[in-house]
Design a protein around this ligand. Structure first.
Ligand SMILES: Cc1cc2nc3c(=O)[nH]c(=O)nc-3n(C[C@H](O)[C@H](O)[C@H](O)COP(=O)(O)O)c2cc1C
Length: 208
């Protein structure tokens, strides 16, 4: 299935599979393009888009092929509004989300090898695949930890034995800086926050 992003006459961004393929990026380009933007404008969410994103997680590697990832795609306007209650005060920018992907999972659904617990690793890898695909489609897919798992559970009827691991805020990047952003957040809209140098995290042949 081929999905593409296009603008409707009302300025709303739509992701469609009927258009000829216009987006063609290599993986590194998509990795570079991915940003945790916070100034969002609406994008139309379709079942095709959700299916496309889900397909990208479906084929991700996992320990023993256990596939521990579970996602709740929240895009009903009423449900999205309810989810505002679960967001931390620093994440009010996410009120403009067109969709919130709730990343959930359980330890018992994946490998536990002595003290090595793999479900969060595997779910993280699958979620990054989804984020990169969303990026390739021209969307913002911004993971956040600033939310209340308790409220998320209550709003979405998630049982106690399932961990609420992260939320991914989905929208279209807006050129207009959202006035709710802090100074630091505005700076991060304009330039990617600084990274530690490669030499500080890469070791060759030995850990020394
Ligand atoms: C697990 C995780 C939790 C995060 N939580 C938040 C958050 O609560 N609020 C927020 O605005 N950004 C959050 N971020 C986004 C990071 O701040 C962002 O990725 C980082 O500053 C680097 O910016 P970049 O992704 O645009 O390169 C989170 C990212 C990750 C991976």
């Amino acid at each position: 299935m081929v999905l593409n992003v296009l603008k409707t006459q009302h300025g709303l961004t739509q992701v469609s599979r009927d258009m000829p393929r216009r987006i063609c990026m290599d993986v590194k380009e998509t990795i570079r393009k991915r940003r945790a933007y916070r100034s969002l404008e609406p994008v139309e969410i379709t079942k095709d888009l959700i299916n496309d994103l889900a397909e990208c997680t479906q084929i991700t590697a996992s320990c023993f092929n256990n596939q521990p990832w579970r996602y709740i795609f929240v895009y009903d306007p009423e449900m999205l509004k309810k989810m505002h209650e679960a967001l931390s005060s620093g994440n009010v920018w996410a009120y403009k989300a067109s969709m919130i992907i709730v990343v959930i999972g359980k330890q018992e659904d994946d490998c536990v090898i002595h003290d090595r617990i793999y479900y969060r690793f595997d779910i993280g890898m699958a979620t990054e695949a989804m984020i990169l695909r969303a990026t390739e489609l021209g969307l913002v897919a911004h993971p956040i930890a600033g939310y209340s798992p308790k409220k998320t559970r209550e709003i979405l009827d998630i049982p106690e034995d399932i961990d609420v691991i992260a939320l991914v805020i989905v929208g279209k990047h807006s050129d207009k800086i959202d006035p709710v952003l802090s100074e630091k957040q505005v700076k991060a809209e304009k330039e990617r926050p600084e990274r530690i140098p490669i030499d500080d995290f890469v070791y060759i042949n030995r850990y020394i």
